[in-house]
Design a protein around this ligand. Structure first.
Ligand code: MN
Length: 251
């Protein structure tokens, strides 16, 4: 069986984060531990420093930018030691639209920083803001510097094409694989796909999803793409290898 990948999981929001890290190492699940505030970076780094399979990401979630924009100073301080960045992005949904100007300011600043610290891999949130997000990427991210992975992509097919032309990857979770949205996933380039749980924010049978639930995601993805599970798992593994190698060669 190829390596399993959970490229967007809030490990630090489970009741016992070290047990999640241990589970990922034991089951061989390559996991990106995204965070929501720069203040969480030192602790997440500590939890994952001896992990074989879990990597921490430095984040400033768009939904907390209204209260935490001042933590950009910490973000800048920690970025040189963070190969992965996330969760960052834009959220123009009704609950968070009030802070959209601040979100845009923060995201643009992050893209600028990731151009001058190349080789970063970003896990990016985009709710009702894909076009604005891609405009910012086009404006501010030096081509070939850092790579975006669009998490839980919910834009249109045209936006997906534009994102992949800009070099973006897509991390896909189970909520994107239902009948209505599976169609969009089918249109994404196979060599840019990764999987994610977004746990503990997504549910599996009335409990928060865990990285080990990614096996289900891979089999559902395989059935939507009409490919054998082994084949899609191998493709995902090779996508991750390419993405990580690209980051290493640039930094
Ligand atoms: Mn998330």
């Amino acid at each position: 069986m190829a390596t399993l990948i959970d490229f967007h999981c809030h490990v630090d929001l489970y009741p016992d984060p070290p047990s999640i890290v241990a589970e990922c190492d034991r089951l061989g699940i390559r996991t990106l531990a995204v965070t929501t505030t720069p203040k969480a970076w030192p602790q997440n780094r500590k939890w994952t420093q001896s992990s074989t399979h879990v990597r921490p990401a430095l984040g400033l979630h768009p939904q907390v930018v209204a209260e935490r924009e001042h933590e950009m100073a910490l973000f800048e301080q920690y970025l040189p030691e963070a190969r992965y960045v996330g969760e960052v992005g834009l959220d123009a949904g009704p609950q968070h639209y009030h802070s959209f100007d601040a979100q845009l300011r923060v995201f643009r600043r992050i893209l600028g920083l990731c151009s001058s610290h190349p080789g970063r891999i970003l896990s990016v949130h985009s709710v009702r803001a894909t076009s604005k997000l891609l405009d910012a990427v086009e404006d501010l991210l030096c081509p070939g510097s850092s790579t975006l992975v669009l998490h839980w992509f919910s834009g249109t097919k045209a936006e997906a094409r534009r994102a992949s032309d800009l070099g973006c990857y897509f991390s896909v979770n189970r909520a994107m694989l239902d009948r209505k949205r599976g169609d969009l996933v089918q249109g994404l380039p196979a060599d840019r796909l990764l999987t994610e749980t977004d746990g503990p924010f997504t549910m599996v049978a009335d409990r928060p999803a865990r990285p080990s639930d990614i096996t289900e995601t891979v089999s559902e993805l395989a059935s939507i793409l009409k490919l054998p599970v082994e084949k899609i798992a191998g493709q995902l593994e090779s996508n991750l290898r390419t993405l990580v190698a690209m980051g290493e060669s640039r930094s």
